[in-house]
Design a protein around this ligand. Structure first.
Ligand code: AHR
Length: 514
């Protein structure tokens, strides 16, 4: 048995979670849109073609903001193709995923879907094959009230009211050679600045996110952020981060430790952003938008995983099937995000349905929850409030995490990894939630929580996500093989708590304060 402790004080906090921390991502990729959120003709489709069964699961998942339409896709996207009469919209080759894009779903349908799902829309503009002119036109089309060609065109298309989209991404992963018209940091910094200026001249209320590195292991990481922010600092509020955790090495301990590298990544980007501010004697603080994060590796490598022959429409690609082990690594990432709530004020789980997603569907068939659904839903439901600066004391282990850079094999040392990874949130409506991951491969972990300066606490609910088989998955035929169960044996005495967590388990303990 492993023993650990957590000390919290209600006055010691990291920051308050921004609702945008609980976002997700819909890309025109595989069956995310077509056959995912949108499937006209499905028995569960509403009059707009939105799947109601998928919508019900999304509401249970609880995303707050939705990034769209890409991803790699956006770097070749003509937004004009996706508006206006559907029968007149062109089919186009999409060079991001080597598919045919039918354009039967576009910006206006996305906005309608967001309103139905009760999420804030986040739009990315194409700064790959296009630049500032197309971007500013999209802002005018979406947000200008009326009386101009583009705003009147929106009305003519059936949406007289402005969409008022507030959050805009200036392109996607522009540092990546896989991107259509990838750029150097200087090229991107210049184009992003000019696009940002015009977009904001049209609508001063918008917020803009510059592309950070597409991962921490890009050879240009660090220098990219520095140069891009040197150009864009006065024109953006946000810089983006992307991370996909992997278990290529089939090393559970290292995989579960890998979320801790997200902590390092976040802190490094904060340091770079603040050093750009320091050089200008500026008090402005650029916030972090972790607008792609997840576990992704099985369907990442190999052409067959990413590309189907013959330019198909919405083929099943990147349909990662998540197991129990993935949910644990994912839970670690949830804790990393919560514990940086002061600077990571927006984050998007990539993606939402079918494509590296918490929700799977069968075209024409049912929808179900993948294992990673649960830590995300827990975070969104119970992560609202003040994240406390918890002092976690736990025995540790060392690991080597395999994270390749292009074709180069790279192992990152991850040292002093606490078996207990935890975050504690003083919730908006009162009470406290503890998110706790036991990373020990074989042993139970007992921790004592000392909730200093809190009144008398009582247990509302304690749940665990655990399966004796780390490779256990949910499927159409067994949709609830991996699900939350009650965590037994939690004792609360005044403002102290003791809980015992199963080895390799994700746990959520909710307390009320008298
Ligand atoms: O989410 C899948 C892809 O991963 C996105 O299109 C891209 O931005 C990233 O490389």
């Amino acid at each position: 048995m492993v023993a650990a402790s957590i000390l919290i004080d209600k006055h010691f906090e990291i920051g308050t979670t921004d609702p945008r921390l609980f976002g997700a991502f819909i890309e025109h990729l595989g069956r995310c849109v077509y056959g995912g959120i949108y499937e006209p003709g499905h028995a569960e489709a509403d009059e707009k073609g939105f799947r109601k069964d998928v919508m019900a699961l999304i509401k249970e998942l609880g995303p707050t903001i939705m990034r769209y339409p890409g991803g790699n896709f956006v770097s070749g996207y003509n937004w004009e193709d996706g508006v206006g009469p559907v029968e007149k919209r062109p089919k186009r080759l999409d060079l991001a995923w080597m598919t045919t894009e039918p354009n039967t779903f576009g910006t206006n349908e996305f906005i309608d879907w967001c309103r139905a799902a009760d999420v804030e829309p986040m739009l990315a503009v194409n700064l790959g094959t296009r630049a500032g002119d197309a971007a500013r036109n999209l802002v005018e089309y979406c947000n200008h009230p009326g009386g101009t060609y583009l705003s009147d065109l929106r009305a003519e298309h059936g949406w007289p009211e402005p969409h008022n989209v507030k959050f805009w991404c200036l392109g996607n992963e522009m540092d990546g050679p896989w991107q259509m018209e990838a750029k150097t940091a200087t090229e991107y910094g210049r184009i992003a600045t000019e696009a940002a200026k015009m977009m904001r001249w049209i609508d001063p209320s918008i917020e803009l996110a510059a592309c950070g590195s597409s991962s921490r292991r890009m050879p240009t990481f660090g220098a990219w952020e520095d140069t891009v922010l040197e150009h864009t600092f006065d024109h953006v509020e946000w810089i983006s981060l992307h991370t996909y955790l992997n278990n290529y090495a089939e090393d559970t301990a290292a995989f579960l430790a890998s979320a801790d590298l997200m902590d390092d990544f976040i802190e490094e980007v904060v340091a770079i952003a603040d050093s750009v501010a320091a050089r200008r004697l500026s008090e402005k603080r650029i916030m972090l938008s972790f607008d792609e994060w997840n576990v992704w590796y099985r369907t990442r490598r190999g052409r067959a995983n990413r590309i189907k022959e013959g330019w198909p429409i919405a083929p099943p690609i990147l349909e990662e099937i998540y197991n129990m082990e993935d949910a644990l690594a994912f839970g670690g990432a949830v804790i990393s995000l919560l514990n940086h709530a002061d600077r990571v004020r927006c984050a998007c789980l990539a993606q939402l349905v079918n494509v590296i997603a918490p929700i799977m569907t069968e075209t024409g068939g049912p929808a179900w929850r993948q294992t990673i659904f649960f830590p995300f839903a827990d975070m969104s439901a119970h992560g609202r409030g003040r994240v406390l600066r918890a002092q976690v004391k736990s025995p540790t282990y060392n690991a080597k995490y395999y994270d390749p850079r292009n074709t180069q094999d790279l192992y990152y040392p991850v040292n002093e990894v606490p078996y207990l990874k935890a975050s504690v949130v003083a919730n908006e409506g009162g009470g406290v939630t503890i998110f706790a991951l036991n990373r020990h491969l074989t042993d139970e972990l007992t921790f004592d929580l000392n909730a200093r300066s809190f009144g008398k606490l009582s247990l509302i609910e304690a749940s665990e996500l655990h399966d004796g088989d780390l490779k256990a998955i949910n499927s159409k035929d067994e949709p609830e093989r991996v699900t939350r169960r009650s965590l037994e044996g939690v004792t609360v005495d005044n403002n102290a708590l003791r809980a015992t967590l199963k080895p390799l388990s994700w746990n959520v303990i909710r307390l009320a304060e008298a």
